[in-house]
Structure formats: structure tokens, C-alpha cells
Design a binder for this molecule. Structure first.
Ligand SMILES: Cc1ncc(COP(=O)(O)O)c(C=O)c1O
Length: 370
């Protein structure tokens, strides 16, 4: 079976982790955390990094730090991971959904303004599968309506919008370093910001809101969302070769594009002229008139030794949110089509040209009319 993902762990990662083990710095203090925070912020073009336990907790911390009042609204795409909606709901705020646009699968920026109400306080764009969101219209809306941008760049390490790195556009941006991400710490995440106030708040929030001057005296509730030095050590080693990792993903993306571009049943990823797509995961969408859905297609590929993963199911189709009375009559046709017709192919760092050819052949053999 060709797996969907496999991380690339090298000698440097082992060396840095051994250093933590040998020196005893295995929890959330130690030199690797600060170095990883500083170097990741620097790589992305932001001033400050705040490492946390994963991408989900990065988003939750970000929403907690912008101090919304109960019931205020955050606009986000329906087509994303549940972490985004949960971060808003767990902070007693309301997610307001926007559909995807059909080319990049990212949120349709032309549909945001109509969702703005007097209660809207923030927009949460999410770069999907390595392709940037069209950020300029979001930045314009944020200025016009005085909104905060929380940018979710979990899937877009090294991706660029108009020559600037994803993760450098938000008032706060959030990352995941889960094992399938371009650089990984096993589990891990980070917030980036240029705003000193957000730095203070998020550092305190991730560490139970302990006070420096009076340690066990609390005026606010926080969480234990700390990253360990061990994880940061892996992250730092990965970051030292990020250019190579991003190039590998782009090579995989282009290799698939070349082999799959002429299949009429398939819609393949794009790279808009203003974008650098890092093809975090190589997604394909079946044309609706193909008569096959992603579930059936995935089964056919599995029978041929190819592992795949389904696309996101939109937030408006999640029973857990319907039970809370949210999104009940929402209809977002692009996200619904992506959820039913989309899947991603093996895209891991260790993929070889031979395996890509095998996958491409299996894709062709799995489609009736090819
Ligand atoms: C867009 C997006 N945001 C947030 C997350 C959450 O990250 P984590 O799995 O590290 O909690 C993910 C995870 O894959 C993601 O894809």
C-alpha cells in the first residue's frame, strides 16, 4: 500500500532530541522552544512566535486572545477542519460560514461582505491543501469594518501570496506541526503575530494564566497548551531544511499534474498567478457527471494498493453543530461537491517518481472511461 503520508525524519532531528534527553530538558522549558519560535516567526516574516501543543490549540488560543464578547461573530469557511469552528464556539462566539470557490477550494472572498453584521469581529481565512486564500480582499474588508484577521496557515508552510509567506497576513496566524504537515514536531503548533499585546496574552493563556509576580494567584482561566522542548527540537531540525521539504512537495504536485492533467473526469489543483502552491496534500475532485463519488473512487484505489483520504465535510453538515442549533439550513454547494467528490492522493515526503507513476496509473485504471 502506498501511504497517504510519511514524514521525513533525519539525523539532525535525532541529534537535537538526544540533546534534550541527555540534558534533561524534556518539558516546556529549554533552549529549543525559544529558538524554534524565533526562527519560525522569522521564516514566515512575523515578529513573534508562541509555540503551543497543536494547531487546534493555536486556533483556540488565538480566538481567546482577541477578547470577543459573548455571541460575537467570526466569519470562516465551511470547508475546513472542525478545529476552526470549535475554537470560536469554545470561546462562546459564533462561527458564520462562507462557501469555497471552485478553483482553489479556499473560502470565496466575494461572499464575505454579505455575511458581515454589527456583531462581526473577525475573519478566519484558511489556506486549503497548500494553496493560499486570495488575501487582499480580506485585508480590505478587515480595514473597512475594523475586523481582526486570524489566519490559519496549518496546511500552507512555505506557501506564498503575491510573494509573501502565508502566515504573515493575519493579526494572528496559526500553524500545525502534526506528522503530516510540511514541517512536523509530531504534535505541535504555533501562533505568530506582530502585536505585543497578543504575545503576552497567548503566552499566559497557554500556561494556565500563571502570574509571574504571584505564581498561584489567578485572575483569568487559561489552559495547558505548552509545547515540549523535545517537540521543538524536532521542529527546529525540520525548519533547517524547509526549503528542501517545500521543493519536494512542489515536485510531487507538478509530477501529478503532468500525469493527470488530461483526464476528463478529474479536476486537479491549480496555482493562481498570484500564488505559490505548496501542494501540501495533492487533492483531486471527480466531475459530477462521472457517475462515481469519492467514496467509490477511494475503494477502487485501495484495491489497487493506493491509500487516500476524503476531503473535509463542511461545518454546515456536521451533526454536532446541528445539535447545538447551528448551521441547520445552510447550503454551500461548492463545499458540498468537494466533500462528496474530492479526495487526496499519497503526498508524503518520501514519495518516489515510481510511486507517483503507480498512483497515476491506478487513478486512470479506476476511472471507467479512461
Ligand atoms: C487547516 C487546519 N487547521 C488546523 C488544524 C489543526 O491542527 P492539529 O491537528 O495540529 O490540531 C489542521 C490539522 O490538520 C488543519 O488542517
Amino acid at each position: 500500500m502506498i501511504p497517504v503520508n510519511e514524514p521525513l525524519i533525519g539525523e539532525k532531528e535525532v541529534e537535537y532530541v538526544l540533546d534534550c534527553l541527555k540534558t534533561g530538558w524534556i518539558s516546556s522549558a529549554g533552549k529549543y522552544i525559544q529558538e524554534f519560535e524565533e526562527k519560525w516567526a522569522d521564516y514566515c516574516g512575523m515578529k513573534y512566535g508562541i509555540a503551543v501543543s497543536n494547531g487546534t490549540t493555536a486556533l483556540e488560543t488565538a480566538v481567546a486572545c482577541i477578547d470577543l464578547k459573548h455571541g460575537e461573530e467570526v466569519i470562516m469557511p465551511t470547508f475546513t477542519i472542525i478545529s476552526c469552528a470549535q475554537a470560536i464556539i469554545r470561546n462562546n462566539n459564533i462561527p458564520v460560514l462562507v462557501d469555497s470557490e471552485p478553483r482553489t477550494w479556499c473560502m470565496d472572498v466575494t461572499k464575505i461582505e454579505q455575511k458581515i453584521t454589527p456583531k462581526t469581529r473577525a475573519i478566519m481565512p484558511v489556506h486549503i491543501y497548500g494553496h493560499p486564500v486570495d488575501m487582499d480582499p480580506i485585508i480590505d474588508l478587515a480595514k473597512k469594518y475594523n475586523l481582526i484577521i486570524i489566519e490559519d496557515a496549518a496546511e500552507a508552510h512555505g506557501a506564498e501570496y503575491k510573494g509573501k509567506k502565508c502566515g504573515s497576513f493575519g493579526d494572528i496566524s496559526c500553524f500545525s506541526f502534526y506528522a503530516n504537515k510540511i514541517i512536523t514536531t509530531g504534535e505541535g503548533g504555533m501562533l505568530l503575530t506582530n502585536n505585543k499585546e497578543f504575545v503576552e496574552k497567548s503566552r499566559s493563556f497557554r500556561n494556565l494564566c500563571f502570574k509571574k509576580e504571584k505564581r498561584f494567584y489567578h485572575t483569568e482561566m487559561g489552559c495547558n497548551f505548552r509545547l515540549t522542548n523535545l517537540q521543538a527540537a524536532i521542529g527546529l531540525a525540520q525548519l533547517e531544511r524547509i526549503d528542501e521539504l517545500v521543493e519536494k512537495k512542489r515536485w510531487i504536485g507538478h509530477a501529478y499534474n503532468e500525469r493527470l492533467k488530461d483526464i476528463p473526469e478529474l479536476i486537479i489543483p491549480v496555482e493562481e498567478p498570484w500564488a505559490k502552491n505548496v501542494y501540501w496534500m495533492y487533492g483531486v475532485v471527480l466531475n459530477e457527471n462521472t457517475g462515481t463519488d469519492a467514496k467509490e473512487f477511494s475503494k477502487r484505489l485501495r484495491d489497487r494498493g493506493i491509500d487516500t483520504r476524503p476531503f473535509f465535510l463542511g461545518m454546515h453538515e456536521q451533526p454536532v453543530f446541528h445539535d447545538m442549533g447551528l448551521f441547520k439550513n445552510g447550503h454551500y454547494p461548492v463545499a458540498e461537491q468537494l466533500a462528496r467528490q474530492g479526495l487526496y492522493l499519497p503526498s508524503g515526503m518520501t514519495l518516489t517518481q515510481e510511486q507517483i507513476e503507480q498512483v497515476a496509473q491506478a487513478v486512470k485504471n479506476s476511472l471507467k472511461n479512461y
